[in-house]
Design a binder for this molecule. Sequence first.
Ligand code: UD1
Length: 411
Amino acid sequence: MKIFTVVGARPNFMKAAPIINAIREFNEKAAREKRSNPSGRAPIQHTLVHTGQHYDEAMSDKFFADLQLPRPDIHLGVGGGSHGTQTAEILRKFEQVLIEQRPDVLIVVGDVNSTIACALAAAKLPVDNGASRPLVAHVEAGLRSFDRTMPEEQNRILTDHLADILFVTEPSGLKNLRREGIASNRIHFVGNTMIDSLLAHKSKAAASGVLDELQLRVASTSNGAAPRVSPYALLTLHRPANVDNRQAFGRILEGLAPLAAQMPIIFPAHPRTAKRIEEFGFGDKIRTHEAALTAAAHDSVSLRAGIRMIPPSGYLDFHCLMQFAKLVVTDSGGIQEETTCLGVPCVTVRENTERPVTITSGTNVLGGVKPAGIRKAIAKQLKRRRGRKIPAKWDGKSAKRIVSVLAKTSV
Ligand code: UD1
């Protein structure tokens, strides 16, 4: 069996890495079995494709290094652009790759433009000379925010309806897909491969030096005790609806103001968000880490309060920052799931979520996008005790389940 896995943007890398590892383990096992039984299972031939949707060192290369992902076998080098341009360019280049290489199965993950573009290229591949088109397997299928203004929601719905095999992370996904008429025998509830990565890297991440770099540890007063982590919050914002409009972004900052007065808010900013902060002149509300350090030489609060912007973090540093945060405030999808797994309170700065299990059994609440709602949600979450109820099958074995389903698929 010849399998292609596609990655393109930052949130794809940690979802794909465990699948690649599980394929390697499958092949090692198959090779061992072959020695005693020559007619045993054949290995899977795997090819990793990077579309280049994210291209900065901080948004892509650092993740390959942190997750020990192999170098992509094929790089489409697509880069940025409008949704139409980016999607079309991936579609055009990837179709050519598929025509030349003819994989049996294409794995796409998540809900980014690379996901829909590659699924579409495979689903419509011309069938000639008896060659069949690849089966499309969608990892993280069935999630729905029911908000069609989100580009990711369009990508999710379209990819699910192009896919032949659908791997679901939480019970709501099963319900949504059945309601949309997708045959049950194509749907597999396997859990969450992003959580496979989170669990696999937990202790390595905890040892990251980022808390010291950001001066988030304070010396203990008792003799010989290890320095303790001082309370801080972690913030990410990158949804176009939240950061591309000055008023909308300004309202979120208003909602964050009481928290910023209480503790430092560490803000690894997506490149587009960083551009907007400069464009909108929000420098008085959001300081860079360097500016906070300089100011700290003159006053004592600069490092103990305020929003502190840092460059986008790598996987391990971000994982560490999440683990030790008092609270995480975000508009990301995946971070809602990661905080649930880590038992860290999370406020999602959105009106909806496609990941309801993070609210029903996890640590997430929706704060909305208005100042009063955000303030209220933050106050509630700061009082919440850390704790966790892990959603079903978020146990670090999801990628193994995926590979076992694929290995049994006839192509
Ligand atoms: C994409 C995904 C979003 C995901 C996010 C995570 C879609 C529709 N959106 O959004 O679901 O949560 O990734 O980061 O696919 N840029 C850089 N360097 C990079 C990448 C992007 O500077 O390496 C800047 C460019 O100005 C680019 C812009 O960010 O045009 C937007 O990037 P794009 O890939 O279009 O979407 P994201 O906002 O990153």
